[in-house]
Design a protein around this ligand. Structure first.
Ligand code: ADE
Length: 279
């Protein structure tokens, strides 16, 4: 997957040359290209910004260098998406990361200074914001997006990594992890994790993922669709945590139907046989 960043500050992207992203690039799984759009400035003084029409404070990024830099990009490698980083974009999250990981060629356009000429928006297929706060430019947002998307590219995290269990990947926060020692600073690792009983471990992990999502991110619970197999875990959690009890109505539709005494059941094979003979 190719990432091309259009920025006035390519030096800011040095962190991408470390760790997992460095390995991903060395292995040819991802490629990061940095384009300084100052190289495409038209004026004698290589100006990339100018005063705003209508007056007001600050400077505005000029459209020509950005348009020229985009026009000079090599042909798209597969499916391309041009992403403009702006606090006015849709909020970045794991779902947007997954969506962007579906492209082969991402172009990230970083604004800087107080703003950019409105016509720059026309270059973008989508606008993305890192969060409801204002950065000094799009660079840190672009880096965060490259990191989150690159780790979804098959092979980047290595063979064994499971990106499916990550926090947010299926709507819940991830369950707690422990490693040796089994007891540290008076805190013991939950016994079930030492039991080797895989079904119980899975059940415990799902329960703890639900518990921490309820307690830390109730907003995610609002959007989460409870699964039938989670019913008994949810009932246990409601008994354990008063804060969770308040949500109890939300999963009652999953309550298993009570087994009625004398309820009709499928006949056994010999019974069916007898019935068919009219006995
Ligand atoms: N540029 C400035 N603030 C930003 C934000 N929150 N997200 C993306 N790009 C930005």
């Amino acid at each position: 997957m190719r990432f091309t960043v259009l920025t006035l500050f390519p030096e800011m992207f040095a962190p991408l040359q470390e760790s997992i992203l460095k390995r991903g690039q060395a292995a040819g799984l991802i490629e990061v290209r940095l384009v300084n759009f100052r190289d495409y400035a038209v004026s004698k003084h290589k100006n990339v910004d100018d005063v705003p029409y209508g007056g007001g404070p600050g400077m505005v990024l000029k459209p020509e260098p950005v348009y020229a830099a985009v026009a000079a990009l090599p042909p798209a490698q597969g499916r391309r998406q041009v992403v403009l980083l702006t606090p006015q974009g849709r909020l970045f999250n794991q779902g947007v990361a997954r969506e962007l990981a579906g492209y082969d060629d991402l172009v990230l356009l970083c604004g800087h200074y107080e703003g950019f000429d409105e016509r720059i928006r026309d270059l973008a297929d989508t606008e993305v914001s890192l969060g409801d706060f204002v950065l000094t430019g799009g660079e840190l947002a672009a880096m965060a997006i490259i990191d989150a998307v690159a780790r979804l590219v098959p092979g980047v995290l290595g063979e064994s990594a499971s990106i499916h269990e990550d926090s947010h990947s299926f709507g819940l926060l991830e369950y707690p992890h422990y490693t040796r020692p089994a007891e540290f600073a008076g805190r013991a690792v939950p016994g079930v994790l030492l039991s080797g009983h895989h079904a119980n471990i899975e059940r415990w992990r799902r329960k703890e993922a639900l518990r921490r999502t309820f307690l830390k991110r109730p907003d995610l619970i609002e959007a989460y669709e409870f699964k039938t197999e989670e019913y008994s875990l949810l009932e246990e959690l409601a008994a354990e945590e008063s804060a969770i009890l308040a949500y109890r109505e939300r999963w009652q539709h999953l309550r298993p139907a009570p087994k009625r005494k004398g309820a009709r059941r499928e006949p056994t094979a010999p019974e069916a046989d007898r019935q068919s003979r009219g006995e």
